[in-house]
Ligand binder design. Sequence first.
Ligand SMILES: [Zn+2]
Length: 294
Amino acid sequence: MTWFKRQSGYLDPSGEKKVRTEGLWVKCDNCRQIIWKKDLEENLNVCPKCGRHFRVDAHTRLTQLFDDAQYERFSDKLVSTDPLKFLDLKPYSERLQRAQQETGLNDAVINARGKLNARPIIISAMEYNFIGGSMGAVVGEMITRAIELALESGEPLVIVSASGGARMMEGVLSLMQLAKIAAALARLDEARVPYISVLTDPTTGGVTASFAMLGDLNIAEPGALIGFAGPRVIEQTIRQKLPAGFQRSEFLLEHGMLDAVVHRRELKPYIARALDFMAASRSPKPIEAGLVSN
Ligand SMILES: [Zn+2]
């Protein structure tokens, strides 16, 4: 009887010892450091070495913003009907089905209601993993419904964008959402209900061209790609080389397109402070009252 038996093909000819580390470690694409995934998650998915903000899905985003990670979803039964029966490399209906299976969502946004620092609030968070966070009729309608609920309840609204823009598979129906949402936001503005837009990596195309830039405050995470057209298209159009850092949040802040660039750790307290400030300025005539008593 043999104690050990050598299996043929068992030894790796390269002589390297392979260890299964898949899923445990992540390489930061900015500083190239290897980070333990758990460390990254505990740091809100921000690289502990260099501060690179990794993308987070809509659900994670909502758990980071709401008190005790508790929120209630609404208007999440809407599903795209593939109105144009669109076909590119594969049918749009197939893409939809796949995205639905992978994300567990019906479309690229979650509408949620809950509390942020004890204040009732409505947050719509876009899901980039659902066909690039693109905005078709369902996303447009869900965001409109979130705005309408804010209008009805008077609760402030936050929209967290992460999107490649309008969804080309729904053609003009996607583009119509820009006008529809902008009109709803105008009503919210008239009613003086606060709306804060949070732009995360990436926010581009029709989403930048509509609600992402229409906030009472437009704030972004560090290093986020924000723009309308891609840099190559712009270079070809204006026939000029674009400056370094073009279309990143810091560049946009410097050029007056944003109100603030806020670290993910500071995002929740920042929103809370901003809403406190807005609520104070909405209370009935505080300044006049003060003047009279003096
Ligand atoms: Zn890093």
